[in-house]
Design a protein around this ligand. Structure first.
Ligand code: SF4
Ligand code: SF4
Length: 506
């Protein structure tokens, strides 16, 4: 049960009637989640944190649902890519995504038969060790589905190395209009809870906390019912619900650290080290249990179609579905003057070519927004951007410094701390797109760091372990999972046990 306390960070934006943040009411309550079977999919070889995979199919090949079409090259930090449809490979060619990432992609034409590869069937027993669990999660290509897309197997390894005691399940969907995570909680509650328990046990965490808005009463009830029915299967794990105030951008890990543990994490500091906790998105944990129980890799996801002008809804789509097939799935038609945005309305990127822009593993929303003319004026010094910035920056000052080319001064003002939430741009009455200037400046530092981790020559020639050992001062995401002695204990091969120490026969 929730302990009655409502956690929150300060600032940010509180939901109101204008942007109906994560409210389910304006959505038509879906009796059944709509599934889209697109005419074709485009699968980029890089959809998440890491380097691109290598295509393992060629033009003319036939593929089935669940078949792997992209594999990591030896000793590279990449996630496999699987097809969510059956059909024929029509091309293997370069693509550039709206976020600027260029890589090879596999284009598949749908035969509309949904033929599934033979290996995908419910697992008959689950007496697997922690290392096997991680190997399945890695092979399934699962990555964080709510943010940067850190490969889940790597995050588990990092959590284990930091001896985390808590696993946080991020059910705090606070982006305007988006409800895809809430839909996963409602439709697949048991999978989310079991996935959380399995990952907690594999990471070494003994407590699982489900973080959810205090307004999401229906989802809280469903989670509690699932916890009550499943908790006896996981004797060693304590499960609880933590309520948070409905505030954007509540789910960002540094703001969760502030709200839950009272800690201000510096840029680059990690939750595992500073708070002894690791956080996963609820949709990611659903995907984990699908991989463990059903042997199903990450091939599809729920996407919120966000708009205030016509049919808002959630859809289940194969990863790689072009945005054009999603926005045309509603009952209305998209006005030609509207912009189609890859992501939510505050942080998403407008796309020019929706026919050739796919949903990737981390795409939680597609937004259709009218191309309103926003009158722009010089800054009127109202201070609203500073009042709402969740990282306590003065966005107007950082913006002005960047406009003048004073990068060093902008960094001294904390500009590198920007989390690209878009709140300042949304709130500014002068129509100044502050985030468009500040967020790339902040992410430039992170991209340099990522490149040095992932693209250095020693990584491509040496082993993962050697590179990890070379890294000074932090636990790398590149480290491999290692079993401790207890993980290696023999288990009865005829038993069906959940993949954690002390797991019960089911
Ligand atoms: S400066 Fe960055 S963190 Fe602050 S409100 Fe703007 S986008 Fe968000
Ligand atoms: S919100 Fe806009 S107008 Fe107000 S201080 Fe910030 S930049 Fe200036």
């Amino acid at each position: 049960m929730a302990n009655g306390k409502i956690y929150s960070f300060t600032k940010g934006v509180i939901s109101n009637d204008v942007l109906d943040f994560s409210q389910r009411t304006p959505f038509v309550r879906e009796v059944m989640l709509e599934k889209i079977n697109p005419s074709r999919i485009i699968l980029p070889m890089k959809m998440n944190y890491g380097v691109p995979c290598e295509p393992v199919v060629k033009k003319g090949d036939t593929v089935k649902v669940g078949q792997c079409v992209g594999m990591p090259a030896p000793h590279t930090f990449a996630s496999p890519v699987h097809s969510g449809i059956s059909g024929t490979v029509t091309d293997v060619a370069p693509v550039t995504l709206p976020n600027g990432i260029s890589c090879m992609a596999v284009f598949i034409e749908n035969d509309m038969k949904r033929t599934t590869i033979e290996s995908i069937r419910p697992r008959t027993h689950m007496n697997m060790s922690a290392a096997e669990t991680v190997a399945i999660i890695r092979a399934a290509g699962i990555c964080g589905m709510g943010g940067e897309g850190i490969p889940t197997a790597a995050k588990i390894s990092r959590a284990k190395r930091h001896n985390v005691s808590e696993l946080l399940v991020n059910c705090l969907q606070s982006e305007p209009f988006a409800t895809c995570d809430l839909t996963v909680i409602c439709d697949h509650t048991d999978y989310v809870v079991r996935g959380a328990c399995a990952v907690a046990a594999t990471s070494g965490a003994r407590k699982v906390r489900f973080l959810i808005s205090h307004k999401r009463k229906a989802e809280q009830k469903m989670l509690q019912a699932s916890i009550d029915s499943i908790k006896n299967e996981f004797d060693n794990i304590d499960l609880e619900i933590c309520l948070f105030r409905d505030r954007y951008p509540q789910g960002y890990y540094r703001l969760v650290a502030k709200a839950l543990y009272g800690k201000n994490l510096a840029e680059g500091a990690i939750l595992e080290e500073e708070c002894g906790a690791v956080m996963f998105n609820c949709s990611t944990l659903y995907a984990v249990w699908r991989a463990l129980a059903d042997n199903m890799p990450l091939t599809d996801r729920i996407v919120s179609v966000c708009t205030d002008s016509y049919c808002k809804h959630n859809v289940l789509v194969p990863i790689g579905t072009p945005l054009s097939e999603i926005v045309n799935s509603g009952s209305g038609s998209v006005p030609v003057t509207d912009r189609i945005i890859w992501g939510n309305c505050l942080t998403g990127l407008a796309v020019q070519d929706p026919e050739n822009t796919p949903v990737i593993k981390i795409t939680s929303a597609v937004t259709v927004a009218p191309s309103n003319f926003i009158p722009k004026t010089p800054c009127i010094h109202c201070g609203l951007c500073s009042e709402t910035c969740p990282m306590s920056l003065s966005p107007n000052i950082v913006y002005e410094m960047l406009v003048q080319g004073l990068s060093q001064k902008a960094a001294e003002e904390g500009g590198r701390d920007c989390i690209a939430c878009g709140t300042c741009s949304y709130i500014c009455p002068a129509g100044i797109d502050l985030a468009a200037m500040i967020a790339p400046f902040a992410s430039a530092g992170r991209i340099i760091e990522e490149n040095s981790l992932l693209h250095n020559t020693s990584f491509s020639t040496g082993s993962v372990k050697e590179v990890a050992e070379d890294m000074v001062g932090e636990i790398s995401l590149l480290e491999e999972f290692t079993e401790d002695d207890e993980d290696k204990k023999e288990v009865d091969p005829s038993a069906i046990t959940l993949p954690f120490k002390g797991g019960k026969t089911i």
